[in-house]
Structures are given as structure tokens and as C-alpha cells.
Design a binder for this molecule. Sequence first.
Ligand code: GAL
Length: 401
Amino acid sequence: MLATSTPTIAAESVSVLHWWTSGGESKAIGVLKDDMTQQGFKWDDFAVAGGAGAAAMTALKAQVIAGNAPSAAQIKGPSIQDWADQDMLVPIDSAASGWKTELPPQIDQTMRAGKHYVAVPFSVHRINWLWINKAALDKVGGKPPATWPEFFALADKFRAAGIVPVAHGGQPWQDMTVWENVVLSQGPDFYRKALIELDPKTLGSQQMVDVFTTTRKIQSYFDKGYVGRDWNLATAMVISGKAGMQFMGDWAKGEFANANKVPGNDYVCAVTPGTANGFTYTVDSFAFFEQHGAKQASAGQIALAKTIMSTSFQEQFSLYKGSIPVRLDVPVTKFDDCAKKSYADEQSTLKSGGFLPSLAFGMVQSTVTAGAITDAVTKFMNSSEDPQAGVKELVAASKVK
Ligand code: GAL
């Protein structure tokens, strides 16, 4: 007798390179893994620890050189175009109908190379946030600082109470986060001229000297052990009340949420001093790599792109990650007050021109130029260089192409 059986088609394995390994980050990427597994795909996780992805990018290059590019990799901003220029990416247009109206125009543009969509965005993270432990704030009788003088007054109160004023991790991207926030505090126009247009006059101005002076002063409120500390460990210091404040994008909120902390009760999210009319953003995205010479995206790659942009995923991912959905048509009703504020400010700054790509997170400038600027800022943070010298190095770095 002939046995009839349905031929089994091996489930496509989707390999995914990313750097989401902290508590909140893992929970968020876990939503995607579950979703893809339910659709019948095999999830091949390639997580490379290291905040902001420097180690992940090194791993990606090694994979590609070895002829083993992942199905999708976490790549963002202008470097999406760099990989597309190398002919490494496949179009995913069939997953992207509607994106043009569903996404903010700046973000829609970033997902394309030429006429084709080659990457899919997850969510919008705001960079200009200050996280404050609520009990510590109450203990010193402080309020969220709206200006730098208020910030330093609060930092002094924390110090007097034996609380580390500012939790920080001395890694280049975290140093950049602090410095970039001080740049933004000079106003959205100053930020645009300096970090987007790289205007030499603005970069070399007295106002920029003041930026470095303020950065140096903030640094004097870090604790001794800050060098090399991972960002989530710095966040943990604020969660526990060991430290008062942290400058960090709102993935920090993913850590607070993961520790069952509630904004308003346990911690406060405040925009960084002087930046109420600005919104520096980073948008995480996955770019899709050609697999075994195929010029078309695979079923798994298309499913991945569609899933990430689905309204249900957009909501659940950001609830865990601390971000807001990148799709403008996903309501934030289920979100906490910090996310609601982020959403409202996104809407208003999209109109006012204060919605600005973060240089610290690779959303503007080439990798080479952004790297040179990061080196200049990191050198300043790790030396006793004076602010004038910092500015000189910044101007030189901005010309590195
Ligand atoms: C950023 C990324 C965030 C967050 C952070 C820390 O580059 O955009 O999603 O994960 O790194 O790892």
C-alpha cells in the first residue's frame, strides 16, 4: 500500500542580529520572536550584547565577510543606505504598501534606498529624557529641573544627601548622549545648525564653548565607578535610589517597567533641562540582507517586515521597550504618561521643526563623521582638556568625511 502523506516543508529559519539584551530590551524583542514562531518560522537569535550596538556592528561585518549575512540586522539611519550601496540588501516593497502615510516622512525616507524599501522601523525613542528617582527627589525636596541652574542645584542636594547625583556609564555613546542633550538645550535651531548642517560658525561659537563647559560640570556629578559602566546598570542605580538622575533615551523606561516601577510614583521622566521644545529621536530598524544570492526577499523576511509594522506588534513592543509606536495611526491610550508626553511632543515638534535626528544614535551624518565627532567628545570627557580645545577638536572632526 502506498502511504500518502503531506510533504513537510522545512520551516524557514530567520536569523536576526540585534543588540537587545537588557531586561526591557529582551522582553520587547521576545514579542517578535513569539509572533514569528507562531507564524511557523524558526527564530535564529543572534544577540550581541553592548548598548547602542557597536559590538553588534562589528559582528555583522564579520558575518557578512564570512558569507553568512543574517536575514535581518539591526541597522539604522544613514548606514542603511551604506549597506544598500554595497548591494547587500533586498527590497521588501511588497510588505510596505501604506508605509508612506503611516510613518513620519523623515522616517519613511530613511527606510528606503532609491525607490525601494529595504528596512523596517520599530519605534520612536526620544533621547532628551532625564530619569529621576521619585523617593530621592522627595527626600531632598526637589523638583524636576527645567534649566541647567535648577539641574545643578538639584544635583547638589542629592550629593548632600549622600545620593549619587548622576548615574552614568563612561562609554562613548553615553558620553555623546549627555553632550548632545546640552547641545539641544541651546535650542532646536542651534542643534540643527551644529549637528545636522555642521555649520562651522555654529560649531566654533562661544555658545558651543558653553556647551562643553556645562558638559564638564555635569561630569563632576558622576560617581567614581562610572567608567565603562553599561547603561542599564546606571539605570538600575536610579531604580534603586542609589543615584538620583540619569540622562538616557526612553529604553531606560523599559528597565523601570521591567522592575514594576510606575512613572509618577516611583520615578519621574522629565525632558532634559532647556529642551522642552525639542525632540531628539532615534528609530531602530531592521535591514534585510540578500540570502544565498537571492535578489528577492524570502517569505520569512517579508513576514518579519509585516509583523514589525503590524499595529498589534507596534503597541506591545513599545509598551515593553519604553518607546512609542513609529506608526502614527497606533493609539497610545494603553501607554503611561511618559509615552503620552513623548507622543504629544512628537506631534508638536513634527510641526515646529523641533523633531531632530540624534547624532549620538547614528540618525544623522555618515558613520565616519559621526565617529570623528564622538571621538572628539569622548576625548574631552576622558581628559582635562578645556572647553576651547574641545570646540577646536569638534570643528576638525566635523570635516572628517
Ligand atoms: C540604542 C537603541 C535602543 C536601545 C539602546 C541601548 O541604539 O536605539 O533601542 O536599545 O541602544 O541598547
